[in-house]
Design a binder for this molecule. Sequence first.
Ligand code: PMP
Ligand code: GLN
Length: 381
Amino acid sequence: LNERMQRFTTTIFAEMSALAAEYGAINLGQGFPDGDGPREVLEAASRSILAGENQYPPARGIPALREAIAEHRSRFFGLRYDPDSEILVTVGATEALAATQLALLEPGDEVIAFEPFYDSYDAGATLAGATLVPVRLHAPEFRFDADELAAAVTPRTRMILCNSPHNPTGRVFRREELEHIAELARAHDLVVLTDEVYEHLTFDGRQHLPIASLPGMRERTVSVGSGGKTFATTGWKVGWITAPANLIAAIATVKQHLTFVSPAPMQRGIAAGLALPADRIAAIRDGLQAQRDLLLDALTRAGLQPFVPEGGYFVVADIASLGFTDSRAFCEELPRQIGVAAIPMSPFYRDAAAAPTLVRFAFSKQPQVLREAGERLRQLA
Ligand code: PMP
Ligand code: GLN
């Protein structure tokens, strides 16, 4: 392994899922649902396989999916993208993020990202020979300080990487926060790469606001989506990018040498999902909000201190209230001790000591599974 990738060996998600499997623990670590999503989605992909759509599809994605992405982005968020020139289908959001960094960054460039950050952001920047510069989201609200953000910009800054709703904190960025980011991006001519894989999964009436919809931002924003989270198909790895034609052309150049194309039948399935009426997607969101509430209740009863997430799949909780001091040691013991797996927050920080007692739990699980996890967690109290 080359030197620059030495820091990125086994991801924390793989590590904790392996421990969960070893001890037969309830896996509240890696973020994936334990049930299937809408029938329409599953049937469309199955039909596609049986209809013989089993060879390489078009490079930028099947037209039906690119049209569905354009229609969906316009219907839900009022953003218009041309399916032929401004949309690229990828192998999950992961490829979308890495391909964008590989296409747009030069070695030595800097990428600002909000910390804690999803692990692949730093890996993607590093693959491109660039450096990730963290700007802290401060607990308990996980908001950034506008002065700290402004101070992070240097002559080498090329990109700001945003993620809202945010993994791992569950924060949904407010309009005024997005405006701060947009103002800096315009002033310093930066690209904004925005990871919006949880765009539909917002709670308590909150709405996701795409940063591309702010004035002067569409032309400099690369927006990333995924079918995995909304439609409970994380194993399908269908993601997409919407961006201006010049940026899509650059990213498509890289994508063709990473994976060439994305699997055709799964694209059919996700196209069916994106076409679902708003009330079906709202029902998915409401179900997840109820699961969030179950897990919040379970964590509180166990004596932990959870931060209430506004969106996404995860709750962050502080284990200091129970006298624990090391989240990694806690998560390494938990599957064996009580049969529950979770993720320490340290890998989401540049400095592993930054949040020594924060742990992330996924609530994308069936209610009875969350209840059982709650029973087990009570052994901690
Ligand atoms: N971004 C975020 C914030 C995520 O949480 C995830 C997956 N959990 C991804 C990207 C990766 O998405 P995909 O599985 O579509 O590659
Ligand atoms: N994104 C998921 C999470 O945050 C996991 C994806 C992965 O395992 N790479 O848990």
